[in-house]
Design a protein around this ligand. Structure first.
Ligand SMILES: Cc1cc2nc3c(=O)[nH]c(=O)nc-3n(C[C@H](O)[C@H](O)[C@H](O)COP(=O)(O)OP(=O)(O)OC[C@H]3O[C@@H](n4cnc5c(N)ncnc54)[C@H](O)[C@@H]3O)c2cc1C
Length: 265
């Protein structure tokens, strides 16, 4: 990966940029990698492995895409006529190559009920999308002895990027929930990392308990941990309670990211 960090100010002064799909690839039956290019991606601000972007899609499939023209994208978007306001969603940069002006985003295909998932399922080279570089949250303190990563497939881009960026020999444990073995992907883990895939089977995404059950059975290594947990919001809250209340991990040593919310039925 060709990256360097730009000051946050450089990033936040740029409005959402226009990008175009150059390639797509199915990584697993429900995960599609989309490679985007854009003239401004050579100065894309990037803070680390879980770097979040806001993506902007046309309000309805086939409609024209209009982007907010300010780095203060939210108020700028509210000022746009309602019918031309884009749809905004949050995603993770899986790969950045400034020289080639490319980023990869891995989209979970969870169905056409979500505009982002529906767009990603059919997006082809030439399709246009807006991208705003936001921020990263993964930040293990210097005194960390070992790291724990827990998440579902929406957190897979962040967790796998973090695992691949670890200095060799860093002790790390990763638990990732996917549907079945077919949804597992190749990850270049370093010595010192244990990655366990957990399958929820026919249980719908966000409704299972395989991660929390695996955590209950996990023997924590000695020393001071840093924990990164991301995925469905209620699952993340349950895991937070277990790690902080039952396992006594200080909440400052844990990042919890509610990445999506299971709809109430
Ligand atoms: C910091 C951050 C980083 C993220 N990175 C990624 C990433 O790299 N890749 C990625 O795929 N997602 C990522 N997400 C999650 C993504 O933003 C959500 O899944 C988002 O809701 C998808 O938008 P949508 O338009 O497809 O569905 P929405 O319109 O938001 O939701 C429509 C329906 O789909 C359901 N739904 C949403 N997501 C899922 C899902 N994953 N599985 C099952 N049902 C779902 C909702 O409950 C709702 O009922 C990230 C979120 C955050 C906050």
């Amino acid at each position: 990966m060709t990256v360097s960090t730009l000051p946050a100010t450089a990033r936040r002064t740029q409005p959402p940029m226009l990008a175009e799909v150059v390639a797509t690839r199915m990584l697993a039956p429900h995960l599609r990698r989309i490679t985007l290019t854009g003239a401004d991606l050579d100065c894309f601000g990037y803070d680390g492995p879980d770097h979040m972007v806001r993506i902007f899609l046309a309000p309805t499939p086939g409609a024209e895409l209009h982007l907010p023209d300010s780095a203060q994208w939210w108020p700028a978007m509210q000022a746009m006529p309602e019918q031309s306001r884009p749809v905004v969603r949050n995603y993770t940069v899986r790969r950045l190559d400034r020289a080639r002006r490319e980023i990869d985003i891995d989209f979970v295909l969870h169905g056409d009920g979500g505009p982002a998932s529906a767009w990603a399922r059919t997006a082809a080279p030439g399709a246009r999308i807006g991208v705003f570089s936001d921020r990263a949250s993964y930040a293990p303190p210097a005194d960390t002895d070992w790291q724990l990563f827990v998440g579902d497939e929406t957190a897979m881009p962040a967790i796998t990027s973090a695992l691949e960026s670890l200095p060799t020999g860093t002790r790390a444990i990763a638990l990732i929930e996917v549907g079945t073995a077919a949804d597992e992907i190749d990850v270049r883990t370093r010595p010192g990392t244990t990655l366990t895939w957990l399958h929820r089977g026919s249980t719908p995404a966000g409704a299972g308990d395989v991660l929390i059950r695996a955590l209950h059975g996990l023997t924590m290594p000695p020393g001071t941990p840093y924990v990164f947990v991301a995925g469905e919001s209620s699952m993340v809250t349950t895991i937070r309670r277990h790690l902080c209340a039952d396992r006594g991990i200080a909440k400052e040593r844990v990042y919890f990211g509610g990445y999506w919310k299971l709809a109430a039925h």
